[in-house]
Design a binder for this molecule. Sequence first.
Ligand code: HEC
Length: 98
Amino acid sequence: MSFKQLIGASLLMMFAVSLQAEERDVALMASACAACHGTNGHSVGGTPSLAGLEQLYFIEQMQLFQSGERPSSVMMKHARGYTEEEIRLLAEYFSKRK
Ligand code: HEC
């Protein structure tokens, strides 16, 4: 293996590892939603399911909860704990749950 190939391979590996770490962090964040929205966003109670939600819709709802335009006793408090980036990651995560 040439030096260039070695560098290339290690960069690829670092990239893969950081992707895995991100996926795990998001899964951990998402588990905080499971109490109300069900495992992997599949709600069994009265709360809406998050699984398969359109990403833009998801982000918009979280912003509406944050601003208070969409009043909800629980979600208004909950949504404020997340940054824009975290919400984007959560939106992506839940949109991919089937
Ligand atoms: C304590 C219970 C509870 C927790 C925990 C919770 N939610 Fe909610 N969530 C609700 C309820 C109840 C609603 C319905 C909101 C309403 O209209 O009053 C809701 C609604 C939503 C909606 C809008 C869904 C739709 O179809 O319009 C989104 C998006 C959402 N929650 C995301 C999340 C995310 C992401 C988390 C975790 C970071 C989370 N929620 C954690 C109770 C909860």
